[in-house]
Design a protein around this ligand. Sequence first.
Ligand SMILES: NC(=O)c1ccc[n+]([C@@H]2O[C@H](COP(=O)([O-])OP(=O)(O)OC[C@H]3O[C@@H](n4cnc5c(N)ncnc54)[C@H](OP(=O)(O)O)[C@@H]3O)[C@@H](O)[C@H]2O)c1
Length: 284
Amino acid sequence: MDDSSILIIGANGQLGKALQTRYPGAVAVDSDKLDITNVDAIYHFDWSNVKTVINAAAYTNVDGAETPEGRILAWRINSVGAANLARVAIGRDIQIVHVSTDYVFDGQQAEHTEDEPFSPLGVYAQSKAAGDIAVSLASKHYILRTSWVIGDGPNFVRTMLELGQKGVAPTVVADQVGRLTFTSQLVNAIDHLLTKQAEFGTYNVSNGGQPASWADITRTIFKQAEYDLTVTDTTTSEYFAGKPGIAPRPLQSTLALDKLQATGFTPTDWRSDLENYIGNQHVN
Ligand SMILES: NC(=O)c1ccc[n+]([C@@H]2O[C@H](COP(=O)([O-])OP(=O)(O)OC[C@H]3O[C@@H](n4cnc5c(N)ncnc54)[C@H](OP(=O)(O)O)[C@@H]3O)[C@@H](O)[C@H]2O)c1
């Protein structure tokens, strides 16, 4: 696929880095080069060669979004920023790929389909839901709902590997269930939808395989990295007891993948992508 007409926004995030690797000919901008909350910067940006804009930018600090400053940033970046990009996409007939989250749901359903009504719990979640609504106004949109993203950046797997390396046997929540999404998987799905020119709309994207709790995922990480450490289960409410300012988390994060699969995409089991990921972290 000719990638020279792709613009990657939020290029230095986990997803942004993976997109740059997949599309080396694309224009990739970080927030210094293009701040999506800055209407003037967006107005003066050279859009003439852009046919596809991929928005990997977001305010992703879910607990930070519960603070007074974070609340403002989350809404500016995740809602207003997304709306600014949607306006350009609509005005210039550009297709927009936007990344969303299972957090737009309250986690009461065991599995989330694309048409489940919004029920976001925390500020980050609400700001992302508003971003989805804004982007959905562009007729050429792909909104990809994803969960538990793992790539090149701070993330759960890296945190657990660091604990394992130090010999720390952690206590981990066992009542939040979902699937990891490696950025390689997310990029493969984006590339698949763009290449196939799949019908525009909202698609769930995560790795495949049996959903698991964070505690069970940690056990798998330790097994694959060969750390002989015991993982103790806890509940979300026990884990965060007495810690103020924690965003509510949906307990069920599993995304239904049928719609994506119906386009011909086969998700990889999260366990096998985890094995590759751990192999590339040079830990032992
Ligand atoms: N991480 C997860 O577990 C998770 C789960 C579900 C969904 N998602 C969604 O997946 C997407 C990618 O997440 P990620 O983990 O790759 O995020 P990330 O690593 O936190 O990266 C976000 C990027 O957005 C950029 N950014 C922030 N404000 C910006 C602005 N005003 N203008 C332009 N760029 C800005 C940041 O750049 P600077 O550092 O230069 O500011 C950063 O590089 C997001 O939409 C997120 O909501 C993530």
